[in-house]
Design a protein around this ligand. Structure first.
Ligand code: SAH
Length: 264
């Protein structure tokens, strides 16, 4: 029976696709990829006979129509998506018509651009006693935000915020963060084309200088904005260490030094 796989291609670097995703691409009869972002992964790993198409100019109906048509001809059909398919990827809108058509489908997760962006800058999304929470969100543009999810409300938590699809709305981000109680000196990380060989740009900025810094770096698209009290922690002299590796902390796999000494 045919199956349509929604595969996360990762953030850009073709090596960041999962082994499972790559193996499915290698045996796929047809692949529909989402624009230039994921074309390299598709063409690099696919077999010679594989039909490869770009969905750039397609409507949702055309995309699902294509997937349904190809599923009638091939055992493995792939919809290749950027990053992870579950984030801003119209996944459910594509799965529903397949369900209606009685076509089996599955999802292979991918490395999201949020993860690739912090990796590019060697930053951590969480830090003990600083923040233990990450919010993946976007600023309201043409897509309205549901009630309670405006940036001012979310930013009041003072935790890590990863802002997708928001690079054209920097001035709103600046004013919303200040309204939510962030200091204007607070650090912000912007990564354009994270993990893309030779194209990645990392900008370290502050809330106050964010707009000017992004303009100076000519970043207008494909960027992740990370606002977090953890940024820059690599150079802090005082760091609360993770309990996991603390010598005085016992967990399932390791006894604390104190308990080990008592035993011996
Ligand atoms: N599913 C994707 C997100 C798709 S929405 C994921 O998990 O990453 C598209 C947005 O993702 C862009 O506007 C940008 O904010 C972000 N993005 C995608 N690829 C990126 C990359 N390589 N570097 C930085 N941001 C990226």
């Amino acid at each position: 029976m045919s199956k349509v796989w929604f595969v996360g291609a990762g953030p850009g670097d073709p090596d960041l696709i999962t082994v499972k995703g790559r193996d499915l691409i290698a045996k796929a009869g047809a692949i529909l990829f989402a624009g230039s972002l994921v074309s390299i992964a598709a063409t690099r790993w696919a077999g010679e006979a594989c039909e490869i198409a770009d969905s750039k100019g397609m409507t949702l109906e055309e995309i699902t129509g294509w997937l349904i048509e190809k599923a009638a001809q091939h055992e493995t059909v792939i919809r290749l998506q950027t990053g992870d398919p579950s984030l801003y990827g119209a996944l459910i809108e594509m799965v529903q018509p397949l369900d209606k058509a009685g076509i089996d489908s599955g999802v292979v997760p991918g490395v999201s651009s949020a993860m690739a962006s912090v990796a590019a800058a060697s930053e951590s999304l969480t830090l003990p006693e600083v923040t233990q929470t990450v919010i993946l969100t976007r600023v309201e543009g043409r897509t309205p935000m549901p009630p309670g999810e405006d940036l001012v409300a979310l930013a009041r938590h003072q935790c890590t915020l990863c802002l997708f699809l928001s690079i054209t709305l920097i001035q709103k981000i600046q004013s919303d963060l200040l309204e939510a109680g962030w200091q204007k000196e607070a650090l912000v990380l912007v990564v354009h084309k994270a993990s893309w060989p030779d194209e990645e740009v990392i900008v370290r900025s502050t809330i106050e200088t964010l707009y000017d810094d992004c303009r100076a770096a000519k970043i207008k698209s494909q960027a992740m904005i990370v606002v977090s009290p953890t940024l820059g922690a690599r150079t802090w002299s005082q760091l609360k260490k993770s309990k996991l590796y603390d010598k005085d902390f016992t967990h399932r796999f390791r006894k604390s030094v104190e308990l080990q000494e008592k035993k011996s």
